[in-house]
Design a protein around this ligand. Sequence first.
Ligand code: SF4
Ligand code: SF4
Length: 132
Amino acid sequence: MPTPLLTHPDYPYAFDPSACNSCQGRCCTGESGYIFASIGEFEAIAHHLGIDMTSFIADYLVKVKNRFSIRQCKVGESHDCLFFDRNRNGCSIYEVRPTQCRTFPFWEYFRTHLDELLQECPGIKKLSDAGL
Ligand code: SF4
Ligand code: SF4
């Protein structure tokens, strides 16, 4: 049975989660970007990893002005999120991933930049193309 498309009333596209199976994490790799989260979310990740916040900040975060972002590592030409597991083709902290990751691809920015989103995520379908 096909996976149902996800929609949001304020967004001009639908998302097919089954596309993630063969996508190889394009939203977690590729061009450099920021992966922001709240302090509470970072604490949950540190707890999940079984390490204290001091070690977590030192090993996994980078300061960006007055915020912290999850570090990335260079794999070939790609900037991979440190928590992207290429062997498993997925997020290694999936259960505690930040809100920024949970809400992709329904980000405010993409409401008016659908062409960019279509290039990044193979799971995106214009509502007209999806018959919705
Ligand atoms: S880019 Fe889209 S299809 Fe690929 S892993 Fe991310 S959400 Fe899934
Ligand atoms: S935390 Fe997980 S879902 Fe978020 S960018 Fe990193 S690998 Fe992807």
